[in-house]
Design a protein around this ligand. Structure first.
Ligand code: ADP
Ligand code: MG
Length: 439
């Protein structure tokens, strides 16, 4: 039945699959599989545990059929054996103290985190949790887009706790890391030890929980760890690119994650972007005139990581050439990093017309001062849209709403952001408005 050497078949399959899965996936799940010696008419694969076997079949059965002959009964000519070598591997002694494993980025501290309207709330929640672990919000769930400071805040909590609560046992891990931990411990038959370790923590920081989606086996283990810690009032902090309700995770876990405080990190407004640029420039010892910082902030608006990239490039440039950083230098060195013609130019007038139509309210009422709910709420939605879609300073935006203050605008933005988390109807309305305004 086999026309080709079995080892060759497997290496062909490896080449094929390597291009179709992530490096981490390959490393964790595929690489540990070996071809066992056999004379029969089946390919025998040696796997470190049953999970690897299930993983392979659940994800790649169809692909395998392209490489391995199919028997007359329709099943693949493939069997598995659990590797004895792995079974016999000595179980390691007690895990080293958690503190030594804390892989925190030394720059990600509260001191280095620049505050603005988009992140004030989440920063104060993070600081609250770091000051009184297990006693304020539990869990604290931080969500927001890429490069907006979620990991930074998570590590800041870690640094703070390490400094101020030396006795507390803290562990900071990415979701990938947690999954790898489970895989390793399954391999070493040391799940009990791993469970003991996680359940003995005072604070668990978990980054990027979205990677737990569709990893069913691991979700259960995570949920159990989570419940055990929360039940003992041990602090948990989780970050994610989406709010809990939008994660494809079990209802049980989603409900648990909503138990405490769900806080959003938004895109920073232009003043905050300028402040971040100046802070980063200062750290790297380059002089960045305010006008130039403003120019960069106007053209890079949706990701703090890119702002940082801009400063890194400018710093290399000014170090090599010893030149003053001017707008011209910025345009020449940053080139494609700068986003020209950001969106269609959205104005407060456009927003008011759009919201007026959507909620059937007159534009003059939206600009006015009526507190009737049918007017006040659409007005808050308009303010929310202005802050989200426009890059003008907040003061200027607020006054375009008929002389409102900057804090009224922020209040409106917070209120609508909060309501968006649970109100699907509102989410749809805002999506429609956004599309209308930007296209
Ligand atoms: P995320 O985890 O949300 O994708 P990160 O926390 O990795 O984003 O942040 C990306 C980069 O931007 C990091 O270098 C971080 O230090 C920086 N950064 C993000 N927000 C801020 C802020 N408010 N102040 C200073 N630096 C920030
Ligand atoms: Mg991150």
């Amino acid at each position: 039945m086999f026309t080709k050497n079995k080892a060759d078949i497997w290496s062909d399959f490896l080449i094929y699959i390597q291009e179709r899965c992530s490096a981490a996936e390959f490393q964790n799940w595929i690489a540990p599989i070996q071809v066992a010696e056999s004379n029969g008419d089946e390919l025998v694969l040696k796997v470190p545990n049953i999970f690897v076997q299930e993983y392979l079949l659940a994800n790649y059965k169809k692909d395998l059929a392209g490489f391995i002959p199919v028997k007359t009964n329709g099943s693949l000519a493939l069997t598995f054996v659990i590797s004895e070598e792995v079974r016999k591997q000595p179980v390691q002694e007690e895990a080293p103290p958690a503190q030594d494993n804390l892989k925190l980025n030394p720059h990600y501290t509260f001191e280095n985190f620049i505050e603005g309207a988009s992140n004030q709330f989440v920063k104060s929640a993070a600081l609250g949790v770091a000051s009184h672990p297990g006693k304020s919000y539990n869990p604290l769930f931080i969500h927001g887009g890429v490069g907006l400071g979620k990991t930074h805040l998570l590590h800041a909590i870690g640094h703070y706790v390490r400094e101020h609560h030396k006795k507390l046992k803290i562990h900071c891990i990415t979701t990938e890391g947690f999954i790898n931990d489970i895989v390793d411990n399954l391999k070493n038959k040391s799940m009990d030890r791993m469970k003991r370790f996680y359940r003995s923590l005072d604070i668990l920081l978990v980054d990027d929980i979205q990677f737990l989606q569709s990893r069913l086996n691991f979700e259960d283990e995570f949920c159990n760890t989570f419940e055990s810690l929360i039940n003992q009032n041990k602090q948990i902090v989780i970050t994610s690119d989406k709010p809990p309700s939008q994660l494809k995770l079990s209802e049980r876990l989603v409900a648990r994650m909503e138990w405490g405080l769900v806080a959003h990190v938004g895109t920073p407004d232009i003043e905050t972007r300028v402040a971040i640029l100046q802070h980063k420039a200062e750290l790297r010892g380059i002089r960045l005139p305010h006008k130039v910082a403003f120019f960069i902030a106007e053209h890079i608006f949706n990701n703090v990581r890119q702002l940082e990239g801009a400063i890194n490039r400018l710093s290399a440039f000014s170090r090599h050439l010893g030149k003053e950083v001017t707008e011209e230098v910025v345009e020449n060195t940053l080139g494609e990093l700068l986003q020209h013609n950001p969106q269609k130019k959205v104005s407060v007038d456009n927003i008011l017309h759009c919201v007026g139509t959507l909620f059937e309210v007159r534009v003059s009422d939206l600009r006015g001062t009526s507190r009737l709910k049918t007017v006040a709420f659409p007005r808050q939605v308009a303010m929310y849209l202005a802050k989200e879609l426009m890059t003008d300073p907040l003061m200027k935006l607020a006054s375009a709403f008929g002389g409102k203050t900057h804090s009224t605008l922020i209040h409106a933005w917070k209120k609508v952001s909060q309501q968006l988390l649970s109100d699907e109807n509102l989410r749809n309305q805002i999506e429609i408005a956004r599309r209308n305004l930007e296209e």
